[in-house]
Design a binder for this molecule. Structure first.
Ligand SMILES: Nc1ncnc2c1ncn2[C@@H]1O[C@H](COP(=O)(O)OP(=O)(O)O)[C@@H](O)[C@H]1O
Ligand SMILES: CC(C)(COP(=O)(O)O)[C@@H](O)C(=O)NCCC(=O)O
Length: 313
């Protein structure tokens, strides 16, 4: 816990934060609101207006400031350096809403007057394939730090920040529950890249201090999506039940064996996976990274943001 008095963060409740929208030039037409709801049909329009528009305004100011810094550095060198993307890291538990947050920000940031190209890369693509996880005895530890090829992720970020025009990342499928060996996501001439994943604020454990480089060293800004554990568990179980009625029904789905479960049985199975894997990972490896973030978004029971903490320095 960071004590209020000495906290490096300024805290805003929902109302205080929503006032910071001021006159953000972003207005949302009905069509745009519809498009945003396509990201997540349960997303409330108030949440977008009161939380995400002020956040977009702040990110825009940060991005502009970083571009100015880039241009004074060029002046100092007396020559133009290569343009590099602005990188935003988004961390938080499994099922806390990282993908939803990333997609809302992608949509709003790409509407800024400069129309930046915004791409999302999820770090699950850097998990070892199931075959390797099985060999290492890590199938029950998917998402734990040791289940990721962090060197590969660091190399990817390093290529991105060194100004390469085109960088590719591996792809993970929640449907097959494995890496898709034939697929890759290309990041090409992006202005902003959102790196989303449970592990993005983690530091190497002392026995793997081979590299002193952290994933977050490549971030211009980081966000932690936070909520109470009991709420996240509920969202995890709800999502599992929705998947049981949709994706799991496909015989090719990894979880097809769960498609015929009753709702009650599905709740038991999801709670078991949550408690044995994701909750342990949250307590051990994810919550402890929260105060490394520049911005902490704390959501309440119904996914509505209750508090935003903004790092002062
Ligand atoms: N802002 C939101 N409003 C309503 N529902 C949300 C919101 N964010 C996430 N959810 C729901 O919570 C669950 C987890 O969200 P998701 O973005 O998939 O999490 P993560 O990427 O962290 O695993 C999903 O069922 C999603 O629909
Ligand atoms: C692949 C993940 C580690 C990544 O989490 P995400 O980025 O989707 O929040 C997670 O979805 C996962 O598979 N955890 C293992 C236990 C489970 O099946 O939920």
């Amino acid at each position: 816990m960071v004590s209020e008095k000495f906290s490096p963060y300024i805290s805003f409740n929902r109302e205080e934060w929503s006032r910071l929208r001021f006159n953000t030039p972003l207005t949302l037409t009905k069509a745009e609101i519809k498009e945003l709801q396509g990201i997540n049909e349960r997303l409330s329009v108030e949440e977008v207006k009161e939380i995400y528009l002020p956040l977009t305004r702040l990110l825009n100011l940060y991005i502009n400031a970083s571009q100015q810094l880039h241009s004074v550095t060029d002046q100092f060198f007396g020559q133009a350096t290569r343009k590099v993307p602005y990188i935003i890291g988004i961390a938080g538990s499994v099922a806390v809403g990282k993908s939803t947050t990333s997609r809302i920000l992608q949509s709003l940031l790409s509407r800024l007057p400069e129309h930046p190209k915004v791409q999302i890369v999820t770090t699950d693509g850097f998990l070892y394939p199931n075959q390797v996880l099985k060999q290492k005895g890590l199938m029950e530890k998917k998402g734990f730090p040791e289940s990721y090829d962090i060197k590969k992720l660091i190399n990817f970020l390093s290529d991105l920040k060194s100004g390469r025009d085109k960088v590719s990342a591996p792809v993970y499928s929640h449907f097959t529950y494995d890496i898709l060996p034939e697929e890759a996501v290309e990041v090409e001439e992006a202005d902003i890249v959102i790196i989303e994943g449970i592990n993005v604020l983690q530091t190497p454990s002392s026995n793997e201090m081979l590299s002193k480089i952290y994933v977050s060293d490549f971030f211009d800004l980081s966000l932690f999506v936070d909520a109470e554990e009991e709420d996240i568990q509920r969202w995890y179980i709800e999502r599992f039940k929705i998947l049981k009625e949709s994706a799991f029904k496909d015989p090719k789905s990894y979880f097809n064996r769960y498609a015929s479960l009753s709702d009650f049985e599905a709740e038991q199975v999801a709670a078991e996976i949550w408690n044995n894997i994701n909750k342990k990972n949250l307590d051990l490896n994810i919550y402890p990274t929260k105060y490394r973030a520049n911005i902490i978004i704390k959501k309440g029971k119904d996914h509505l943001t209750e508090q935003i903490n903004l790092r002062k320095v």
